[in-house]
Design a protein around this ligand. Structure first.
Ligand SMILES: N[C@@H](CCC(=O)N[C@@H](CS)C(=O)NCC(=O)O)C(=O)O
Length: 231
């Protein structure tokens, strides 16, 4: 059994999608990041960066004590290895899947996260920051568009953890006011993935718990956005 420490956010859904797609048994452990539960010592012991998601696998392959994994890229690689699914077995496919997974971890996720923050949550409009991250997001959508123009999936011919890592972020396109029709290959990929049953189940988890407007609540804002009292 795997415990999934989870909140309904793009990073959380990457892992609920993977677990649903693999059909692995898991138990949800809700972490209310708006209330600061990510700073509790028990959670920090498995996720020292105070971010969700994280997993604890009570039945690791080496037969030893339970193992914990934090950081979505590491979790996806761990689960792909455990389930022997969604990471190509051939050398070139594996390189491609890992490249695009890392591209998401270092690029698409953080840039969309920052763009979303300055566009939707910052207490004041800072045009420079919003523009800077928007341009970077558009550039990354362009990179993805070129990749998907001649490949069905990011790793090539097969659906993989690279696609799962990007989907929940791409899904924020409306709120981030990105015109998906300007990226027809990304749109085709997105519509295609949306048909997958496992992905749909994973993406449905916790929808009723989403706080769409954390900036409206001062305490939540302080916790989530790291605002110190003397500011
Ligand atoms: N690089 C991390 C990012 C995880 C992340 O940013 N999680 C956010 C929710 S999407 C979080 O836990 N935020 C809580 C906080 O900032 O205190 C990963 O891929 O796992």
């Amino acid at each position: 059994m795997i415990d999934l420490y989870f909140a309904p956010t793009p990073n959380g859904w990457k892992i609920s999608v993977m677990l649903e797609e693999c059909g692995l048994d898991y138990k949800l452990k809700w972490i209310n990041i708006g209330a600061g539960e990510q700073f509790e010592p028990e959670f920090l012991a498995i996720s020292p960066n105070n971010r969700i998601p994280a997993i604890v696998d009570h039945d690791p392959a080496d037969g030893g004590d339970p193992v914990s994994v934090f950081e979505t890229g590491a979790i996806l690689l761990y689960l792909a290895d455990k389930a022997e699914q969604f990471l190509p077995h051939d050398l070139r496919g594996q390189i491609a899947a890992t490249e695009w997974l890392m591209w998401q971890m270092g690029g698409l996720g953080p840039m969309m996260g920052q763009h979303g923050h300055f566009k939707l949550y910052a207490p004041e409009r800072i045009a420079y920051a919003t523009e800077r991250y928007r341009n970077e997001v558009l550039r990354l959508f362009g990179v993805m568009e070129r990749r998907l123009a001649d490949h069905d999936y990011l790793a090539g011919a097969d659906y993989s953890i690279a696609d799962m890592s990007c989907f929940p972020w791409i899904q924020t396109y409306k709120r981030q006011e990105i015109a998906l029709e300007e990226f027809p290959s990304v749109k085709r990929w997105y519509e295609n993935l949306k048909q997958r049953e496992g992905l749909r189940r994973g993406m449905a988890i916790g929808r009723d718990k989403i706080n769409r407007n954390p900036q409206n609540d001062e305490q939540t804002r302080k916790i989530l956005f790291g605002i110190k009292d003397d500011k």
